[in-house]
Write a protein that binds this ligand. Sequence first.
Ligand SMILES: O=C(O)CCC(=O)C1=CC=C[C@@H](O)[C@@H]1C(=O)O
Ligand SMILES: [Mg+2]
Length: 366
Amino acid sequence: MKLHSVTLHHIKMTLKTPFVNSLETVNDRELIIVEAIDTDGYVGFGEGVAFTSPWYTEETLETSWHMLKDFMIPTLKAQVLPHPSDVEHLLKGIRRNPMAKYAIEGAIWDLYAKREGISLAEALGGTAKRIKAGVAVGASEPEVMLNEISKRIEEGYERIKVKIKPSQDLSLIRAIRKSHPSIDLMADANSAYTLNDIERLKELDQYGLLMIEQPLAADDIVDHALLQKELETPVCLDESIASYDDARRALSLSSCRIINIKPGRVGGLSVSKKIHDLCASQNIPVWCGGMLESGIGRAHNIALSSLPNFTIPGDVSASSRYWERDIILPEVIVENGSIAVPDGSGIGFELNRKELERVTLAKEIR
Ligand SMILES: O=C(O)CCC(=O)C1=CC=C[C@@H](O)[C@@H]1C(=O)O
Ligand SMILES: [Mg+2]
């Protein structure tokens, strides 16, 4: 495989409803779609999932664009690529910037699978034909959240995640449990707590949550280990896991009992697979997080979620949960609580070129 050219598309899609968490409100989702073409004319797509400001991690759309354009694409264009799993090593000289790395590496995985005539899921070693769909409900007034939860359950979602913060946690979870005593429920704090909140967090134990996601600081695995010792509820790490070594260290300290794998956050599909395998070997379940992706990123998440240790439904939801119209065809649909893993080659969805062009703000060919 040899890259001929790579097109970066800067797109802006408007969410059906703003997504609110303890740190930010997202109305419009700007993303980078990477279109990689090899010298034989095969095309692969990837997605850059950094936000436009550095509230979730330090990367932004602009920093990803710069890394891709000035460092990553030139490095990869200069080489013959035997296999997508070589990309991680080839980009090792570039520190961090995992979302930019994933954007191009994901496109190369899609390209590779298309060349081989196999699905991306198969190329990654996935086996599931369908994956369970979960959904994240953004922060809002409790009544609004309760209404949305009921609607999502009617739509077939079997696992609900809600955003919590100290000013909206116990009363919210209590109210949800009153209406939905047995639904698989979890809470994501996006680092809204400190160790001073241990007593408050312990009170959550009575509600049988599947897990609490990222209660403490993004760059911490030591305080999380102290917290996990005190809680019955499993701690799941999201922001704290930015690499394979982060995952290895967090498991050796028992900082969590579950890991949320987002390929953008950890630097690609190859690293995601390694974290998956590490967790499997230690009986730690994983699930696939979401980054409010377009259909291209979601297609990658679906393929990744077909690996056997993705036993907890992820934040992998239908296109219609986010967008009036997605940029892929067919759109992602949830039926009876699950999503079919496509068996066509590569990501298994076609790009809706007309829709891509409609949402494109800028484009650059390298
Ligand atoms: O993509 C989805 O459906 C889930 C979105 C989601 O919960 C998140 C996306 C991006 C940043 C965070 O707010 C949050 C998360 O922390 O998992
Ligand atoms: Mg999270």
